[in-house]
Design a protein around this ligand. Structure first.
Ligand SMILES: [Zn+2]
Length: 253
């Protein structure tokens, strides 16, 4: 009896400690595990998507940069600058998980803002941009997966991380030109035929739903020339996907 009471007290105390947190930027106490307070998250440099129906391609100068790309919509939260650039590097290259929380928090906050727009069209399914298995083995994780899961959670849709694979490992593309990237990426991705349908979680019958005719959200951490996401979009369109929206945390112009 006494042991039960002590166990309950310890569980309650642990819960309270985890509920108590500090904002990463202003260090004000916050009472949920959200990493940033509402005030600071709203101050992160960001694109004004609300006047563009949530789509950056509605800005002529951005559409001009990506006019040859195959995807239909581009949703980027922030320009590639501090603090997002710093947080993404800490998370992606140094494996510092607290920065993953910050990135997901910013994404979650701004996607929820998009949902308030009357003309915004949410996706039917979410897919992370895959990394090659060698890079995955070296890094230990795919940095786009937690971002894709955040997108799926906000839109309450399925996240399919299994149907796309990266077949070849390209070198660092950070400095490569658009033309070189497109050449490197040719036939670099594949869609696994057995994974292009998925079990619906709310169906007792375990009905499988096909990708055909769907609006896919393709999620990357940073988009630069758009070559990677365009190459995958081409593959998805060849599998009769109706529409591809690219979601990224930062756009590096
Ligand atoms: Zn704050």
């Amino acid at each position: 009896m006494i042991t039960d009471t002590i166990e309950k007290l310890v569980a309650k105390a642990t819960q309270l400690v985890h509920l108590f947190n500090y904002c990463e930027l202003c260090e004000q106490p916050i009472y949920q595990q959200v990493a940033l307070c509402d005030h600071c998250v709203s101050l992160i440099p960001r694109f004004q998507l609300d006047s563009l129906s949530g789509d950056l391609l509605n800005r002529p100068e951005i559409y001009g940069l990506y006019s040859k790309c195959v995807f239909d919509h581009l949703i980027a939260i922030s320009p590639y600058q501090y603090p997002m650039s710093d947080w993404l590097k800490q998370f992606k290259y140094l494996g510092r998980w607290q920065y993953q929380r910050l990135c997901c928090r910013v994404l979650n906050f701004h996607l929820n803002e998009l949902l308030k727009l009357s003309d915004f069209c949410p996706p039917d399914i979410v897919m992370p941009v895959p990394i090659h298995i060698n890079r995955w083995q070296h890094r230990g994780f795919n940095q786009t997966l937690p971002l894709a899961r955040t997108v799926a959670k906000v839109f309450k849709v399925h996240c399919n991380a299994d149907c796309l694979v990266r077949q070849n490992q390209t070198g660092s593309q950070a400095q490569a030109s658009g033309q070189l990237r497109r050449k490197q990426l040719k036939n670099n991705f594949a869609l696994l035929p057995n994974e292009t349908s998925y079990e619906t979680s709310n169906e007792v019958t375990g009905k499988r739903v096909k990708l055909e005719g769907m609006h896919v959200a393709l999620v990357d951490d940073v988009v630069t020339t758009g070559a990677t996401v365009s190459e995958i979009s081409r593959l998805l369109k060849a599998a009769n996907v109706a529409k591809v929206s690219v979601y990224c945390l930062a756009l590096s112009l």
